[in-house]
Structures are given as C-alpha cells and as structure tokens.
Design a binder for this molecule. Structure first.
Ligand SMILES: Cc1ncc(COP(=O)(O)O)c(C=O)c1O
Length: 462
C-alpha cells in the first residue's frame, strides 16, 4: 500500500486557482466607511498594488512568478500521505489521505502565502512588513519569508498565545522578526484596549488593528501590512495545496475524493486544499466539502452572514463574511489560529451558495483525536489541525457504519511541536470544552447592528 506520494519538482503547479472566477454568483465588494465599495487606491496605504490587483482579480488562473516558485521549492511539492495506521486503528473501510503542510521550515501551510506576499512587497519597493499572529504560525512564517527576502518584519502576537507559546516568539526572532504581545502600548489601538481591559487575553481582531496602524503610520511610507488569512489573495496563494493534491491522487489512481476537510480559522488552509475541488463540485462532482471550526468560535455554523470589519478598531473595510462581530473576544482555547471572529469572504460566499457543509467540534474531541493520531500516525499535530483530524475520524467512522470505501482527503495544516502546553493540559485532565453561550454571541453581534446588511445571493443549485 502506498503511504506517501511525492510530486516531482518539475510537476509543481505553475498557476494559482481563483475561485472567484467560478462562483455562480459574483462576490460582493468590500465597503468603505461611507458604505460605498472601496476602490483599489483606498487600499494602497495598507497593501502593495500588485497584491491589490490579485485581491480584486476574477481571472481563473494566475501565473506563479518563477522567483516565487524558487522560494516554494525549498519544501514544495509537499507530500500527500495516507493515514494507513489510523485507518487500521479505526477499522474503517475509508481511505484517509492528507496533505502534509508540516514540512515547511516554520511547520505549517502559512509560508505558501508568506513567501509570495513578501516577494510582491519587495517588488513594489517595500522594506518592512507588519502583521498579527494568533498561534504564532503566521508570524513565524512571515518572519521566515522576510528573512529570505531581506525585509524587516514586526509581529503583534495575541497575548494569550504569546504567553502559552514562548518558543514561537523565539522562532520569529531567530529569523530576524520582532514580536510584541498584543494588545501593546506601541499603538493607539492597543493602548485603548489596555485602558478598558487590562487583563484581556487579546484577539486576532485587536492584533490586526495594531499591525495595520503600525504600517500606515510609517512616515517614510516603506511599510505595508500583511495578512495571513481571510483575504482573496491569501486563499489564492494557498490553492497550490489542492492543485498538488489533485495531481498526487491521480498518480496513485484515485478518483476524486468523496470528502474534503480543512480546519477553518480565517479560512486559508481549508480554501487552499478545497477550492480546486469546489471547482469540480460546481461542475457537477459529488463531493462533501467540510470546513471545521471550534464550538467556542462558531463563525460559519452559528454566526450570520454580514458586513463586518476584520478588526476591533474598524481599520479594515467592511467585508462580506460570516462574523461573530468585530468586538468578539473568543475563549482562550489552545487552537489560537481558529480564534478569529470572521471568515474569508470566498469561503463565506461558497457557504452561502451551499457548496460547503461547515461543522464545529469541541476542543476535547479534537485533542482526543490528535492524541490517537500521534499514537498511530506518529506526528504531533497543531491544535488547529486537530479539528480537521477529528472531522476526518468522524467521517471514517460514518463510512464504517455505512460500509462504504470512501476517499477522505484533509489538510494536515501544521505540526504542534511548539504547542505542547495544550497537550499538557489535555493529558493532565485540565482541558475543558467551551461552547459559546447564546447570550454572549448575541452581545457580540450587537457590534454589527448598524452596519449594512449584504444580500444572501445564491444560485439555488446546492
Ligand atoms: C497550523 C494551522 N492550521 C490552521 C490555522 C488556521 O488558519 P487558516 O484558517 O487561515 O488556515 C492556523 C492559523 O494560525 C494554523 O497555524
């Protein structure tokens, strides 16, 4: 039985896939403070124009520059593996395949877009990037990418993760990045929050406000902001994962998968694996496509589709997305990268269309699944990734009940070697589930009450 499939470097995909070209209903535009659609010039203080062009593009295929491929070759193509030992432990007739994104130097899928974004910024003459990070995976990925391209990097890390994951900070510093706990005293946004809530665990929404403020206030104009998820160009860069997976499945004679799974924080690793298969579904294939989120931060499964800001200080335009409200501060679960109030507009619109079947899973089931994974497959998974594993296990058990030999494909988005405090809490019985109480969600949704409401446009085909 083949347990790993390597794609030759010469067969690496040379174009990214843009789902915006194929969604049956067009994407709604982001809105500015006056309620009108933002134009590319309005985004120019925040992002370089070459990335803004990708952000608004509706071209189906976008060429990957040779220089970006050269950066990606350091770890790509990533292996497609078969979770044979987990299958045996579950006694399932299902075949479970996964893309191993843990092979990148920082250990997750995040460098796929980090190196592309750093390269486009450098082309545009930018000298320094600022960003936020939850679990620290994105901050370390961008620090790594900036080191390769000779850019400065400043990372605002959500306080709870900064405290839980000191080694992530050291990784960033080793690559030459600067890492600050957020909220910090270095920005107006951070100082405001600290005045109101000195003990706050922080949130991605707060850290984004700080990173954007730090970029747009550079008096020399040589700094831009870089986002590790949510935006269209980030989804685009990640599609190399699914495009490789398609080639690898074909190499071993597999048909299209029956189920495609990814954990979803801002949506990028899920989109990266699944969008090329969403295209098949749009063209008639019968595939169940599942983004998985924590029950404590149930964006796709419980929140409304709304226009909302991407950050607490309302510095970003209004994005059409499922959102728990930009003031939402999620419970301090260990999957820091899944503690975001919103969801990528592309993932959101595909959900509105009915192309996706989102699920939420509690933290304890995810750790239980991740520990079973380690004791069968061997590797230690990021807490975010454990959500995808838990969903894959649910699907494999269902296949067993139904007696069907389903093909399940999921994204193993990263390793958890820097996330062992979560395992420590689980193994010592101290870990708890947090289901978000309805009244807390309603309170946080109030922050969107006065914002424009997007139409739920859908073709009605799914
Ligand atoms: C390993 C890993 N998986 C998943 C995620 C979630 O992010 P996204 O939904 O953008 O893939 C993160 C975010 O930090 C991560 O570090």
């Amino acid at each position: 039985m083949t347990v790993k499939v390597f794609l030759d470097e010469k067969d690496i995909p040379r174009q990214w896939y843009n789902l915006a070209a194929d969604l049956p209903t067009p994407m709604l535009p982001p809105l500015g403070p006056d309620g009108n659609p933002v134009n590319p010039e309005m985004l120019a203080p925040v992002f370089p124009m070459n990335l803004i062009e990708q952000e608004v593009s509706t071209e189906r295929w976008i060429d990957i520059p040779e220089e970006v491929l050269d950066l990606l070759y350091r770890w790509r193509p990533s292996p497609l593996r078969r979770a044979k030992y987990l299958e045996e432990a579950l006694g399932t007739p299902a075949k479970i395949y996964y893309k191993d994104e843990g092979v990148s130097p920082p250990g997750s899928h995040k460098p796929n877009t980090a190196v592309a974004q750093a390269w486009y910024n450098k082309q545009f003459g930018i000298k320094k990037l600022t960003t936020e990070t939850g679990a620290g995976q994105w901050g370390s990925a961008l620090s790594f990418a900036c080191a390769l391209l000779g850019l400065e990097c400043k990372v605002y890390m959500v306080r709870i993760s900064f405290d839980q994951k000191p080694f992530r900070r050291l990784m960033m510093e080793t690559w030459g990045g600067q890492c600050l706990p957020s909220p910090s005293e270095t920005t107006n946004a951070g100082r405001e929050i600290l005045k109101l809530h000195p003990e706050t665990p922080g949130s991605l929404g707060i850290a984004i406000s700080e990173a954007i403020e730090a970029a747009v206030t550079d008096p020399k104009g040589e700094t831009r902001y870089s986002l590790g998820s949510v935006l269209n160009h980030v989804m685009l860069h990640q599609t190399i994962i699914g495009l490789e997976a398609k080639k690898q499945l074909k190499m071993i004679g597999e048909k299209l998968p029956d189920v495609v799974i990814g954990c979803a924080g801002g949506g990028s690793n899920f989109a990266g694996l699944s969008f090329p298969f969403v295209a098949d579904k749009i063209n008639g294939a019968n595939i169940r496509i599942v983004p998985v989120e924590p029950t404590s931060c149930p964006t796709l499964t419980r929140a409304p589709f709304a226009y909302d800001h991407g950050d607490v200080a309302k510095m970003t335009p209004l994005l059409p997305m499922y959102s728990l409200g930009h003031t939402f501060v999620p419970p301090p679960i260990h999957a820091g990268g899944l503690r975001y109030h919103g969801m990528a507009p592309l993932v959101s619109q595909a959900t509105v269309e009915g192309l996706l079947e989102p699920e939420s899973i509690p933290q304890l089931e995810c750790y239980e699944s991740a520990v079973l994974w380690s004791r069968t497959e061997g590797t230690i998974s990021a807490p975010e990734t454990s959500h995808a594993i838990a969903a894959a296990i649910r699907e494999a058990k269902k296949a067993k009940e139904e007696g069907k030999e389903k093909v399940i494909l999921f994204n193993w988005s990263g390793h958890g070697l820097m996330d062992l405090t979560g395992y420590q809490a689980y193994l010592s019985g101290r870990l708890e589930d947090f289901a978000l109480p309805e009244h807390e969600m309603q309170e946080s949704l109030k922050s969107m009450a006065d914002l424009p409401k997007p139409p739920m446009n859908k073709s009605g085909k799914w």
